[in-house]
Design a protein around this ligand. Structure first.
Ligand SMILES: [Zn+2]
Length: 421
């Protein structure tokens, strides 16, 4: 029997926000209406509507051929094809159209290096990812970044999106990597620093740890990193799969942290789980969208999230000390080994995120070692945030400039040499 455990944790790519684009002719761009609907019998469908006839509809994000198996076109005469790596829809007879509807498969599926479209909860609630539905009239241009989403659900359900709680119907303009949208009857837990929707079928140890550790961690981050007012929402869902696969996938979007367990829940190290959530919580408060960090410098914020996760565990779960030490030692050893043959830039180019996590964490460990300051992770970030007005770009150079306020020249030289920065 084939079984596959997949654990996917990935970085959040930050794409700069673009304004609504108008064509040079002064005609407003044709932004499609994307109507996502859940019926009373729990069927999901999406209808795209165009104000003017279009020849084709192209999806902004295509990661594999999963739409071809999971999306069924309701109307006759349409075809879904992948052209130049992008899913596109057109009429077989070549005529223009203004509307097309797909029936969806609302189950968990893994998309390569991207957020899952649907994360079902055990009792029937759902989290879906809006960017799965981003589509353009005719073709998507590279600067396309405004999407009109409308969601309609049965009376019994609630819609949660971007801090809003709505019944029946919600609509908004979406952008960038989209957002996770909750639809269902589970009641969120609210406290002063975050809201959470936690699947009641998850083991009680997970539920307890999340609801005790995370509020404390969020409070420290809110006070220390002083990011603009944040009230993140956490989704922890658990749903069956229709194949034998099981595992978990987690991630973060602006003000959202989520993890989905699918298939079955495998024995899990609670410290590893809390480390994951702490890491993602740090991202929420880092304000990386405003910090302007290039993808090649991802080790700066990933390492920072890793380092502060270790600090938060140390602070609130002192019994996790040996687990923390093993991760810190592993990061040090792995990073040293990797950098013998490869540079940080090449690791980033090749998308070797695990290596970037190790080396990023090693950077902050060294910063603590040479500064002899256990608060250095918070101080560096506060300092970078203060300087941001003058120095918009956070990169290795600006990080080292800030660090030079806390360590002597010798320490700085050694860190630069060890990381090759
Ligand atoms: Zn991260």
């Amino acid at each position: 029997m084939r079984k596959c455990l997949r654990v996917n944790l990935f970085v959040n790519f930050v794409i700069p926000l673009c304004l609504i684009v108008y064509s040079g002719l002064g005609i407003a761009k044709n932004i499609l209406i994307t109507d996502i609907a859940k019926s009373a019998s729990n069927e999901w469908q999406v209808t795209y509507k165009s104000k003017v006839p279009i020849q084709s509809l192209q999806f902004a994000i295509t990661r594999d051929f999963s739409r071809h198996n999971r999306w069924t076109i309701v109307e006759q005469g349409f075809e879904l094809s992948q052209l130049a790596g992008k899913d596109s829809v057109f009429r077989r007879d070549g005529t223009a159209f203004t509307e097309v509807t797909f029936r969806l498969t609302p189950t968990y599926t893994h998309l390569p290096k991207y957020f899952a479209p649907f994360s079902p909860f055990s009792e029937g609630s759902m989290v879906f990812h809006s960017a799965r539905f981003f589509a353009c009239a005719n073709l998507c241009l590279s600067n396309e970044n405004t999407w009109y989403i409308r969601v309609t659900v049965p009376d019994r359900d609630t819609i949660l999106f971007s801090g809003n709680v709505v019944k029946n119907q919600a609509s908004w303009y979406d952008s960038n990597d989209g957002t996770k949208v909750f639809v269902g009857q589970l009641k969120p837990i609210h406290n002063s620093h975050f809201s959470a929707v936690i699947d009641p079928a998850l083991p009680s140890a997970i539920v307890e740890n999340l609801s005790v550790f995370l509020p404390k961690a969020m409070e420290v981050l809110a006070n220390q990193l002083k990011a603009n007012s944040k009230h993140p929402i956490l989704f922890a869902s658990f749903g069956p799969t229709d194949d034998e696969e099981y595992g978990r996938q987690g991630g973060v979007l602006p003000n959202q942290i989520f993890m989905h367990w699918y298939g079955k829940i495998t024995p899990i190290n609670q410290y590893e789980l809390l480390w994951f959530y702490a890491h993602e919580a740090v991202h929420v408060y880092q304000d990386i969208a405003a910090a302007n960090i290039a993808e090649k410098d991802a080790w700066i914020h990933e390492g920072h999230a890793e380092y502060l996760a270790s600090k938060l565990l140390e602070q609130f779960l002192p019994e996790s000390k040996s687990y923390i030490l093993s991760r810190l030692n592993q990061a040090e050893a792995e990073c040293r080994k990797i950098l013998e043959t490869t540079s940080l830039d090449v690791l980033a180019e090749n998308g070797e995120y695990q290596a970037l996590y190790y080396c990023g964490l090693q950077f902050y460990q060294l910063a603590e070692h040479y500064s002899k300051d256990k608060e250095i992770g918070y101080k560096l970030w506060q300092h970078l945030a203060r300087d941001r007005g003058i120095e918009r770009q956070i990169d290795a150079k600006s990080l080292l400039t800030v660090l030079s306020n806390y360590i002597d020249d010798e320490g700085l030289v050694r860190i630069k040499a060890e990381l090759g920065i």
